[in-house]
Design a protein around this ligand. Structure first.
Ligand code: GUN
Length: 287
């Protein structure tokens, strides 16, 4: 059996079309949705991601403000910039691109962002609300993965899901989103024993390791008809690759995402959606 390729570009476009309409409606109410990005240092991958985010905003009519900061900025200088963006009523969403240079603390930085402008869903407030099924702003990659399941009408109820990631950006929020849909979720990580066996028993595998030297998912590690969502992206032998060998996996899986062109475009599309949500939230509280 050859499975269905889940095309992130097509699904992302359908999200963007909806966002574009929402932008027009907000503009008709006098609100011009605006996303501020903060990029620290000169990590080329991060610079590319931020550039793609700006381009996508432009496509749907979201205004962007671009803050490029020196790699050696101090925590207190960064905090001051975040505070200014929090206080700026023309800015609806704030995204600090991760990872941060070593001298900066990720928790101190992300938790400084106003929860109403937290388009990454990383503040303790929004991460906590997600655990209680009340979040308005959810991390973009996990909500993008859920959008992919939705688009293909994949029923998650009672499914055994193996998640290979436990980060705040991917694994933890995705755990809650899948649980909300009544899936049985097992979160795996670098210390998990018998990972291959766990994968072989899973109905759905969501993998986000991002290092082909450490982990590669192949068809012998999945069961017939499994669904494979590959969140990882890294450079390996001069090519952009995910964790899974797509051409091999798709021979056995019922659905799988390619890399590139899978989850990546969804992350950007959900960022646009979160920016619209943040702009609506700000209008509801009169800012
Ligand atoms: N770095 C990699 N993915 C992300 C993301 O979704 N948000 C932020 N802020 N940084 C990232």
């Amino acid at each position: 059996m050859v499975g269905v390729k889940i095309d992130g570009k097509i699904i992302a476009q359908s999200v963007k079309d909806r966002v574009k309409k929402a932008v027009e409606e907000l503009k008709a109410q006098g609100i011009s949705p605006c996303l501020a990005t903060v990029l620290i240092g000169d990590n080329p991958a991060s610079a590319t991601y931020v550039r793609n985010k700006h381009k996508a905003c432009e496509e749907v009519g979201i205004i962007t403000k671009d803050h490029k900061l020196d790699a050696d900025i101090t925590q207190s200088e960064l905090t001051k910039i975040i505070d200014e963006l929090n206080a700026d009523s023309s800015v609806h969403g704030i995204l600090v691109q991760l990872p941060l240079p070593k001298q900066l603390d990720e928790f101190t930085t992300t938790s400084r962002i106003s929860p109403l402008k937290d388009v990454d869903g990383l503040t303790p407030h929004n991460a906590g609300l997600l655990g209680m099924k009340k979040a308005a702003l959810v991390a973009c990659t996990p909500s993008g993965v859920m959008e992919m399941f939705d688009y293909h009408e994949i029923d998650l109820e009672g499914k055994n899901v193996v998640l290979i990631n436990r980060s705040n950006l991917v694994g933890k929020p995705l755990y809650h989103l899948l649980l909300e849909k009544n899936a049985t979720v097992l979160t795996c990580h670098s210390k998990t024993k018998n990972l291959t066996e766990l994968c072989q028993s899973a109905d759905i595998i969501v993998t986000a390791v991002g290092d082909r030297n450490k982990f590669k998912l192949t068809s012998d590690m999945i069961k017939e008809g499994a669904i494979v969502i590959d969140v990882a992206i890294s450079r390996f032998q001069d090519k952009l690759v995910g964790d899974a060998d797509f051409d091999d996996i798709i021979q056995k899986a019922s659905f799988a995402t390619p890399v590139p062109g899978g989850v990546g475009p969804m992350t950007v599309a959900m960022l646009l959606k979160n920016t619209i949500t943040a702009a609506s939230l700000s209008s509801q509280i009169g800012r």
